[in-house]
Design a protein around this ligand. Structure first.
Ligand code: ZN
Length: 260
C-alpha cells in the first residue's frame, strides 16, 4: 500500500491550545509573551490494493466565511481556500473520483470540510457512532461543541457507522481513541518496513504523546478517556515499533511529506 500525505494548509493559533500551560504568567514575569504558532492540516491517501482510502477531508475552503467568527479568529485557517481538497489530491496524482472510501477521524471543522465532495455519491464514509451523534447534537442544538458545522457533514452521504475497533481493509485497522472527541478514530496500518499508527488529534503535537504534555482543556472532551487512548497507542507502538502520526505537528508533517 502506498501512502500520500496531503498538504491542506496551516492553522495559526495560540500554542497554549495545543500545549496546556505552555506560557503562564508568574510573579517575576507577569506578562509573558504568548506564542502564536503554525499547525499543519493534512489528509492522507492510503492507496491500498483493495481500494483508495481518503483519511479526513480537511477544512471547508470557505472557512473564513463559514466558520463561526470567534473560532476562525482563534484558529485562523487563512489558506484553506488555496489548499482545497482538489488541489491537494491533484498534487499526489489523484482526483476525488479516484476515492473509493472515506474515513473521518472525527467531524470537527478542520477535518470534515471536504465531505460535500461526496454528497449524493455511494462512496462509503466511515465514522464512529459516538462522533456522528455528538456532531449532530453539537450542530443542531445549543449543547455540545461549536467546532461542528452542519454545513460540513449534513449531506446525503453513505455513512458507515463504526462501533468499536474494526478492520477496514486487510492490514488497515480502525481504532476508537476517545478523548479529544467522543468518537475519534485512529488507525493501525501494517506495512512492509515500518507500520503506521495514526494518532490524529489524540495528539496535536509530538509533545502531547512523547512528553505526556496535555492539550489545553478546550481541546479535550474527556481527559480520562484521552489518557486511556494514549495508552492504547503506546501499547501498539511498543509491540510494532510503528511510526505515530500526530494530528497537527508542523515539524513532523514537514519531515514525513513525501517519505511515507
Ligand atoms: Zn484537528
Amino acid at each position: 500500500m502506498e501512502l500520500h500525505l496531503l498538504d491542506r494548509g496551516t492553522i495559526r493559533a495560540d500554542l497554549n491550545f495545543a500545549l496546556d500551560g505552555e506560557v503562564v504568567a508568574t510573579q517575576s514575569a507577569p506578562s509573558p509573551e504568548l506564542r502564536y504558532e503554525e499547525f499543519a492540516v493534512w489528509n492522507l491517501v492510503v492507496d491500498h490494493p483493495d481500494g483508495v482510502v481518503l483519511w479526513d477531508t480537511g477544512s471547508d475552503p470557505e472557512a473564513a466565511s463559514v466558520w463561526p467568527a470567534p473560532l476562525f479568529e482563534a484558529f485562523g485557517h487563512v489558506d484553506a481556500d488555496e489548499r482545497d481538497l482538489d488541489t491537494a489530491l491533484a498534487e499526489a496524482g489523484y482526483t476525488v473520483d479516484d476515492i473509493d472510501i472515506v474515513v473521518q477521524s472525527h467531524l470537527h471543522l478542520d477535518h470534515a470540510g471536504g465531505l460535500a465532495h461526496f454528497d449524493g455519491t455511494d462512496v462509503p464514509v466511515y465514522v464512529h457512532r459516538r462522533e456522528l451523534e455528538h456532531a449532530y447534537l453539537s450542530a443542531k442544538t445549543t449543547a455540545g461543541d461549536i467546532a461542528y458545522l452542519a454545513s460540513d457533514f449534513d449531506h446525503d452521504l453513505n455513512w458507515q457507522v463504526v462501533d468499536g475497533d474494526r478492520q477496514l481493509l486487510p492490514g488497515f485497522e480502525l481504532l476508537h481513541l476517545p478523548g479529544h472527541t467522543p468518537g475519534l478514530l485512529g488507525a493501525h496500518l501494517e506495512r512492509e518496513g515500518t507500520d503506521l499508527l495514526i494518532a490524529g488529534d489524540e495528539a496535536f503535537l509530538a509533545a502531547n504523546y512523547e512528553q505526556d504534555r496535555e492539550m489545553g482543556s478546550s481541546l479535550v472532551y474527556d481527559s480520562r478517556a484521552w489518557a486511556a487512548s494514549k495508552r492504547t497507542l503506546e501499547d501498539r507502538e511498543r509491540r510494532t515499533d510503528a511510526t505515530v502520526l500526530y494530528g497537527h505537528d508542523p515539524e513532523q508533517f514537514e519531515r514525513l511529506s513525501g517519505t511515507l
